[in-house]
Design a protein around this ligand. Structure first.
Ligand code: GAR
Length: 198
């Protein structure tokens, strides 16, 4: 099985949906580690429920990104993690992690990129008055939500759609789409590498 690390900063509903799919046996991955940059985040308790090891850190305790990313790389290498899956990790990935996991970092974003990158994509879309929005899954590069797009799914906004309902619909879409795309990407990589599927 391919070992992945999920990075999250908050609620962890995407973490939960991936962990549930893995538990249900629909994926050839295992989550070897939750990496979390917020000691208060709800996602940490979710990882404990699934008995998934966590690496929780507070970026304020480090003088720069390179220092904590070096620590993360050490932890991930020890756990033999092959892929990084960002799921609501609200921090730019720096050169240390990008070099080590080149082409093996995925992110999910709650808009149709390149529209509305960065924070509060759902609020940005509502403020812009768009009629269509959706979800993007993409590879991560050094930019903010700029990496190569892997998959997108769109939805049409309803008249008078508010933040709560749009967020709910987008999250449902994310929870369905991310495990499927993750499985496809990881599997096609395994096949290309000619590794045995265990
Ligand atoms: C998700 O909607 C994800 O797309 C978004 O944060 C939410 C995390 O929810 N990510 C970004 O906005 C990244 N720029 P979760 O913690 O319940 O999975």
């Amino acid at each position: 099985k391919t070992k992945i690390a999920v990075f999250a900063s908050g609620t962890g509903s995407n973490f939960e949906s991936i962990a549930n799919e893995i538990k249900a046996g629909t994926m050839d991955c295992e989550i070897s580690m939750l990496v979390c940059d917020n000691p208060e985040a709800k996602v940490i308790a979710k990882a404990t429920t699934f008995e998934i090891p966590t690496f929780v850190f507070n970026p304020k305790g480090y003088t720069n990104k390179e220092l904590y990313e070096t620590e993360i790389v050490e932890v991930l290498e020890q756990a033999e993690v092959e892929w990084i899956v960002l799921a609501g990790y609200m921090r730019l990935i720096g050169p240390t992690l990008l070099t080590e996991y080149n082409g093996r970092i995925l992110n999910i974003h709650p808009s149709l990129l390149p529209a509305f990158p960065g924070k509060d994509a759902i609020g940005q879309a509502l403020d812009a008055g768009v009629k269509v929005s959706g979800v993007t899954i993409h590879y991560v590069d050094e930019g903010m939500d700029t990496g190569e797009i892997i998959a997108q799914e769109s939805l049409v906004l309803e008249d008078g759609e508010d933040r709560e309902s749009l967020q709910e619909r987008i999250q449902q879409m994310e929870h369905r789409l991310y495990p499927i795309v993750l499985q496809e990407v990881v599997q096609s990589f395994v096949n290309k590498e000619g590794k045995d599927i265990q």
